[in-house]
Write a protein of this length. Structure first.
Length: 314
């Protein structure tokens, strides 16, 4: 009977690609086996089966079942068979007798000396036919048993992957909370930073052309328009809005479950792009602008942490 333990299935809809399952079965008094299934992260479904020789048909069927139930991950399935070597095997008495008689007849005819070698005779085709037939019967019974156990084995693996996925989901939500906090702080600093940026540009302009606009060959109105354009270009409101949208979309994908890894990786790439743009727009702005830079760098660090986590999601 199987010795595996029933594993409660997690309610999490997100699965990790890391898991392990094992089952041990006694087919009969002569044959028992251990079937193990292990998975780690991989971009695609990568199947590796390790079976004893002579189980090609079983391997093909196992591959089909694994493809039906699993979508991503490096999967290793191993079948270890233990046969009771004390079981007796017969031999074909008539065939052995014919080999011995043929040897003696040839020796007499050609006047040669020597005795038949039993070790050689037992290796002749068909001599151990009874044992071969017994092995074939055992392999057939073993194949039926393995095919009956592989589905619950996969279920056990998926249960563990689901538990791992739930733990990763909790970690990712904490990361998203920190990202949201950083975005909110940047949003609160945005207006003041823009005002200080505008004041600094205006001061430099007045120093260049004179407070009364009497600078020779300088169009004050044109320069004021350039200041307004530079201030507008430094506005990070769009980056903040897109970052908030990406964070919410990330949460929605986690809640929806199924195959989330590739979708989340794309969202993290978009978040990283927004963080880079935010940093480039606020570079060189003193005061609170320096704080925004620090927050942007912290966001990038959180995004990188999230990317490491989702590498293991299905």
């Amino acid at each position: 009977m199987p010795t595996s333990v029933d594993v409660p299935v997690s309610t999490s809809s997100v699965s990790s690609m890391t898991g392990f399952a094992r089952i041990a079965v006694e087919v009969n008094a002569q044959v028992s086996y251990v079937l193990t299934l292990k998975s780690v992260n991989h971009r695609f479904l990568d199947l590796h089966l390790r079976l004893p020789n002579g189980f090609d048909a079983l391997e093909m069927e196992l591959r089909r079942v694994l493809k039906e139930h699993l979508r991503r991950g490096h999967i290793e399935l191993t079948l270890s068979v233990d046969r009771n070597v004390s079981s007796q095997g017969g031999y074909n008495r008539a065939l052995v007798a014919s080999y011995v008689e043929a040897f003696q007849a040839a020796a007499q005819e050609f006047e040669l000396q020597g005795q038949p070698d039993l070790n050689v005779i037992l290796r002749m085709p068909g001599v151990l036919q009874a044992e071969s037939r017994s092995n074939e019967e055992e392999n057939a019974a073993l194949t039926v048993s393995v095919l009956g156990q592989v589905t619950p084995l996969i279920a056990s693996l998926k249960a563990m992957r689901s538990r791992e996925g739930a733990a990763l989901t909790d970690v990712l939500h904490i990361t998203l909370d920190r990202l949201s906090e950083g975005v909110n702080r940047v949003s609160g600093l945005r207006s003041e930073v823009e005002l200080r940026y505008q004041e600094r540009l205006t001061e430099r302009l007045e120093a260049a052309v004179g407070a009364d606009g009497s600078g020779v060959g300088v169009n004050r109105q044109r320069l004021l328009e350039e200041v307004a354009l530079l201030v507008e270009r430094s506005d990070v409101s769009e980056e903040i809005a897109r970052m908030e949208t990406h964070i919410q979309h990330f949460r929605d994908v986690l809640a929806a479950g199924a195959e989330t890894g590739k979708k989340l990786d794309f969202l993290l790439q978009e978040m990283n792009r927004e963080a880079n743009t935010l940093l480039s727009k606020t570079a060189g702005v003193a005061g609170k602008g320096t704080l925004i830079t620090e927050l942007g760098l912290a966001m990038k660090a959180e995004i990188e942490k999230a990317r490491e986590q989702i590498m293991n999601l299905e």
